[in-house]
Design a protein around this ligand. Sequence first.
Ligand code: ZN
Ligand code: ZN
Ligand code: FE
Length: 742
Amino acid sequence: MISKKIKIKGTVQGVGFRPFVFNLASKYSINGWVNNDEKGVNILLCSSKENIENFIKELKQNPPPLSKIDSIEIEDLNSTNKYTNFEIKKSETSNNKSTIISPDMAVCQDCIDDINDKSNFRANYALTNCTNCGPRYSIIKTVPYDRENTSMKDFILCEECKKEYEDPTNRRYHAQPVACEKCGPQVKLFDKNKKEISFSFDAIKEVASLINSGKIVAIKGLGGFHLVCDATNEEAVNNLRQRKQRPSKPFAVMFEKLEQIKEYTLLTDKEEEFLSSKEKPIVLVKKSLKSNLCKSVAPNIDRLGCFIAYTPLHHILFRYLDNPIVATSANLKDEPIIRFKNEILGKLGHVVDYVLDFNRDIVNACDDSVIQVVNDEISKLRNARGYAPTALKLEKKVDKKILALGANQKSTIALAFEDNLILSPHIGDLNSIESMEYFTRTIDTFKRFYDFEADIIVCDKHPNYESTKFAKSLNKELIFVQHHYAHILSTMAEYKLKEKVLGFAFDGTGYGDDGNIWGGEVFVCDNKTYERTYHLKYFKLLGGEKAVKEPKRVALSLLFEQFSLEEVLSLETSVVKQFTVAEIKMLHLAWKKGLNAPLTSSMGRVFDAVASLANLVHTQSFEGETGLLIEQNYDKKIIESFDFKLNDNEIDLSPMIKQILEEKDIKIICSKFLNAIVKIILIIAHDYDNLPVVFSGGVFQNKTLLELVSKTLTNKQKRYYYSKDIPLNDGGISAGQIYYLA
Ligand code: ZN
Ligand code: ZN
Ligand code: FE
């Protein structure tokens, strides 16, 4: 007989780890115990050497599906044969909290089977879950992850649920949100005057018929409410657009099953895999031409954000729905996703006809994740439900606790302690009091989870970012990291790169070291310093912030760089026709004098200008629209590219602007433009032949561009990196800020 003590760290709580250990111990006739503490799971094993070895082997090879083991420490003990059974001990509490909080997970197949099985006591129960699925992050107030620390605290388990909860061989053993119709939270349907219409199963059936008849309903999900309507009903979708004042930004569509999605889209095998994964993210995929979803779901673009029903409530609902549904996060513009029924009625009372609510509170809001498949791998556009909080390992322990506050758009925060880097779920744009409240609430939540008090704060250099202002108000040691350097660092963090790299940060906008607006930057850098080796030649952003929404202003500015006022006025281009003569004269004056026309090197804005010059769009109705339209018009048969010049350390695209004016074919414009970007990267990468290449920044959310660059560099046998777990957009900035200090 021998004895060993094992310590396991990682995502190991609330994922069925202890019952798994219990069952594995009984399989190999091992005595001892298992418990949770705030650092992870501890196991004491007493048995023969062979049994214990088999136990450890299986533990490593086949851990519970939702767990993620970061480290296993094994310690030999002097054989003590005092254990006569194997026991699951109560959680220990100490002061050092470093257990990783698990993200919310989509309902598992076993639970779907339970709700569909008439003989099961959870048949039709909309809040069914088990150790392998359901809410986690969204219901946790603090650690350890025990029921009394979640919003399930006040629901006392009934006899039947209790039996399962206490039975280590049951899949609901210590599943904290476990409940049933008798003892758990209840679903209720309200009209917009707060009048209760129906409850439980009947309420869901009724909601289905309301949606089928064209109504708009707010439905509570895992991390917040969705606004829902029939995705094939043009009138319903248009009503939603009008009431929400959202003219054309695409809506995500929820389907019951993968087979249904295939009727409307063209899926690759990998896309099918991610759509069906246990995280059930929204995946951006290509629409099929015969799709009969109504046009207004995603007007003018060839992509559709799809996802599969991910709660038992959704699955019951789909039994009675005729069609797929629009399911978009319920919020006001620039505000975070709504968690409470009363807030829905208060803020979106004019949008919704009914509200389907339940009384399991959402403690921590969490949006749906949005991903796309690039080079057959995940690329996250929004890191949230199912993936976040995201835990990454640092190479070595940090000696101070670091809090990084990210950017201003697509805000996330990140923390570092010991050898952990924790990235929060997507918070959103910090443009309102409500989103700032959500931002500070998220910081407080993570401080509570990890008993975390930061020694150092890291933030962006932009003096007007709300996150920067907040950082300054904390009165702690404060480090500023330049925005685009942080973009490159975020990718370096994911791959733990320490060597010098050639970083291409092609982005929207960010504050530069010279006070100008950067965004088309090439750095030679490591994780300590950077040198700006190239940048896009500066041009003027006519109207500052306004130019971000109006690509025609950027296009006009680039025309002013090339031509005199008289020449511009006589140009036969659609851009010029977007303005009156008086407007052009006024803008030219502003351009000449630099009035409200800051200098920028933003690549994102060049994409906007090209889309306007190609007459694709002159005023953007949502961020990223120009990139999507350029991709849509890319023709891979066209291999030529526009001209450009690489001067000292400037990338000059002016030859391209003149060539675009002479070209009428939109496909040629878009293809030659993307090819030129690839060529620029290739030429510069060739000059720094010994350095691996890193891509980051919002422009690389352009799937066509990222795949083209990857293919070209692969062909040239160049080593290159871009992040996959951490978003390439500003959602990754906080992780990059951490890596600078870690
Ligand atoms: Zn389950
Ligand atoms: Zn029960
Ligand atoms: Fe950025």
